[in-house]
Design a protein around this ligand. Sequence first.
Ligand code: ADP
Ligand code: ADP
Ligand code: ZN
Length: 227
Amino acid sequence: MNIILLGPPGAGKGTQAKILQERYHIGQIATGDMLRAEVKAGSELGKVAKAIMEAGELVPDDLIITMLRHRLAQPDCQHGFILDGFPRTVPQAEALDAMLASQKQDLRAVILLKVDEDVLVDRIAGRFSCAKCGASYHDVMHPTIKAGICDKCGATEFVHRPDDNPTTVKQRFTAYNNQTAPIVPYYQGKHIYYEVDGMADMNDVTAAIEAALRKAGVAAPSAAAAD
Ligand code: ADP
Ligand code: ADP
Ligand code: ZN
């Protein structure tokens, strides 16, 4: 089962993808996380991507498509994946369809998380994550249970993304509205497109995504069946 989570910066894609990953036992592929790892490693791609990400613009399609092609060729992707942060342009959406078709795979659902821009600004301003395991938190809306200690792994180091500053965020919204929003009609025409209210509480957003997945014919996850 292959799923795409779409939505503007701060919509909750990463948060929900991590929950779905555990419940449905399929891998999360977050192109932003992959790019940040490339930047950290100082690779050729990382060197190119760093300045673009700091400016809040999109990394060129050919680079990002090549990166994703390599990722999708790995064995763990053959059993399904959740894409978070890809595609972000119509050419990326087209390239993904071609890649999946060549592997005799398809998309089960494309889910848009809808969130108003003023809420996105607050979410991004308070976002931080665990430096060790990457678990994502929010100062007010999703703090760690014990102050200063990661719920997931117990680490005590946290990071704020350098691109989560007001100037860059503004540019990222512009990139989303101009380059990413146009992929919605691309998927609407394919009858695999669902919209979810991303303004709700995290658990309610998860429930709404699972309802959309049921409509798409995906069986309830084993954890829910056991409840
Ligand atoms: P994205 O991956 O779409 O950029 P994140 O999943 O990183 O978004 O979420 C952005 C911030 O908002 C994080 O700090 C996260 O903890 C918080 N967040 C995510 N979903 C919700 C929600 N439904 N309600 C309140 N805060 C949320
Ligand atoms: P967010 O969670 O806030 O939506 P991401 O972590 O997905 O942000 O992406 C961070 C940055 O990485 C983007 O602003 C962009 O510069 C780059 N990036 C990530 N995915 C893509 C993509 N599919 N195409 C182009 N650039 C991308
Ligand atoms: Zn952690």
